[in-house]
Write a protein that binds this ligand. Structure first.
Ligand code: NAP
Length: 187
């Protein structure tokens, strides 16, 4: 059965409006891929939300997170930064045991959103995570990025075979704002 709270907590914590799995029987085992993994939204909202879910044992049993950004850093560097963000912004106090459970599922990948070779590496890495975490090819691609990147990321995911929705499922979550900005109307 679906664990709606998993997706809902992400949505509540990010004001996202896309509840992809509501009312369905989708298996929520998955890799959450965060484009914009070094950004403010990820550090202040998404990672603390994941920690909150880990505290309440509402993350899927088979789960991993891959954060993507341009900055060059190791998994350990990235996890250290996430630890700090969780300490500041999570709803629950930092518990080392809970953090340890979450941290080993968090990975960092460095590439530019326009760079095809980055998507090729990502596809291979996700397959390895599927084997390790039994995430079955299921993905949430969370675009915590400026709106001008929505198009290029989605097109490259498709072009590199990461959005096929066959035996597995893939979903894209996009952060507001979306649509056009019309400064003359003050929007
Ligand atoms: N922050 C919030 O609380 C909040 C709330 C609601 C909605 N939003 C929306 O969420 C989106 C993200 O906001 P944010 O505040 O998190 O922005 P941000 O702090 O500027 O983060 C942008 C992220 O995108 C990455 N990035 C930018 N260009 C890239 C490229 N060409 N290739 C690879 N990575 C690239 C950055 O990576 P590097 O820094 O590593 O280069 C960084 O991780 C925006 O659309 C914003 O309007 C934000």
């Amino acid at each position: 059965m679906i664990q709606n709270s998993f997706v809902n907590d992400l949505i509540v914590n990010t004001n996202n409006v896309f509840n992809f799995a509501s009312g369905t029987d989708i298996d929520t085992s998955c890799v959450l891929v965060i484009f914009g993994g070094t950004g403010d939204l990820t550090h202040r909202k998404l990672m603390p939300a994941l920690y909150n879910l880990q505290c309440t044992q509402k993350l899927p049993g088979h789960f991993a997170v891959v954060a993507i950004g341009r900055k060059n850093k190791s998994n350990e560097d990235y996890r250290y930064e996430v630890y700090d963000s969780i300490k500041h912004f999570a709803r629950f106090d930092m518990k080392e045991k809970t953090w340890h459970e979450l941290r080993q599922k968090i990975f960092y990948q460095q590439f530019d959103f326009n760079d095809d070779s980055g998507y090729i590496r990502l596809a291979g890495f996700l397959q390895k995570l599927d084997e390790k975490y039994q995430t079955r090819g299921n993905r949430i691609f969370y675009l915590a990025v400026a709106p001008e990147y929505f198009g290029v990321i989605v097109e490259k995911l498709q072009a590199h075979g990461m959005a096929h929705n066959g035996a597995s499922w893939q979903r894209v979550m996009i952060e507001k704002p979306f649509g056009r900005v019309w400064p003359q109307r003050g929007i």
